[in-house]
Design a protein around this ligand. Structure first.
Ligand code: PGA
Length: 310
């Protein structure tokens, strides 16, 4: 039945399913919405059963649709692998590298990509930067080649390789009275208005675990979904927070933020590169993986951490 279906129709269908929207799929693929609808309609006809159902304004995949999404992804993966293997046979590294990294890794990964892309001009990269929960979701769906996290997701068996330290520190405005104190007791932070990362963030989880362990209740004044927004809020006097020390990497000098000397801090963590156990890495992914482990550590140390040396 699927003999009449084309690869293009499958690509369009997969994009609609991923975005749950015809409009967004059309935007991603640079097509018009009627073209996208028509492709999905023809594919549905070839399959002979509905792939989506519309409930109110929301679009849901039918069971057949769900199965087809899995099939599409495995077809595209196989084709990508094939393309990369052929390129490798020809002696060139060529193909697409899909990376998903947690928010703090944006302070070092893009800098590593520059020299990598110069060395391998045939490799195209897509980089998703998002929080711990979203990364775990992407990992479960096997959407990317490699993931950089600082907390290994539970419930998924992964192969995990530490790259660099990523400690969490307490940040306050530079003129905060606590900047003068040493070895501040943890419970002292409960008196300060606190700015917290959004639910789903690994930073938030690490902070909550530490304070729960010591039975301390923080006065959370606001939740913000970005490290940069939190830095601005601290500088603006809205409160103190806990963030990766690397978020200070590009601070102008003198910085408007200071690291407080609080007991139990820094919370020690590592950025790790992970991928599902048993996943066959593509030639391109393996090339980047090796690059990240061998040269990445040194380069990241030189760039992101340069200003943070005590
Ligand atoms: P998060 O992760 O963006 O989910 O808070 C950051 C980190 O773990 O460094």
């Amino acid at each position: 039945m699927l003999k009449q279906a084309t690869l293009h129709q499958l690509k369009v269908f997969e994009a609609v399913a991923r975005h749950n929207s015809f409009t967004r799929a059309a935007e991603e693929l640079f097509l018009t919405q009627p073209t996208v609808s028509m492709q999905v309609k023809q594919l549905t006809k070839a399959v002979g059963t509905p792939l989506f159902e519309q409930v109110g304004k929301r679009l849901f995949l039918t069971q057949a649709g769900e199965e087809l999404v899995k099939t599409c992804r495995s077809i595209f993966d196989d084709l990508d692998q094939f393309e990369m293997t052929v390129a490798d046979l020809k002696g060139v590294k060529q193909g697409r590298l899909r990376l998903a990294v947690i928010t703090t890794a944006k302070y070092f990964v893009p800098r590593l990509l520059g020299p990598f892309c110069q060395r391998y001009p045939g490799i195209d990269i897509s980089l998703q930067v998002t929080n711990h929960e979203q990364i775990t979701g992407r990992l479960n769906e096997n959407l990317d080649d490699l993931y950089i996290v600082s907390q290994v997701p539970e419930n998924v068996e992964v192969s995990c390789h530490p790259v660099l330290e990523n400690p969490l520190v307490v940040l306050a405005p530079i003129d905060h009275p606590l900047t003068q104190e040493k070895n501040i007791p943890l419970k002292r932070l409960a008196d300060e208005p606190f700015i917290m990362r959004e639910p789903g963030s690994g930073t938030r989880q690490a902070v909550q675990e530490l304070f729960e362990e010591h039975d301390i209740h923080l006065k959370v004044r606001l939740d913000l979904g970005s490290n940069e927004a939190i830095k601005q809020a601290i500088a603006g006097g809205l409160g103190i927070s806990v963030l990766s020390r690397h978020t200070l990497a590009l601070e102008g000098s003198p910085s408007q933020l200071a690291i407080l000397d609080v007991e139990n801090f820094p919370i020690r963590r590592h950025w790790c590169v992970i991928y599902p156990n048993g996943k066959q890495l593509s030639v391109v992914a393996r090339t980047f993986f090796e690059y990240l482990l061998q040269e990445g550590k040194q380069l990241a140390n030189k760039t992101a951490v340069q200003k943070l040396v005590d």
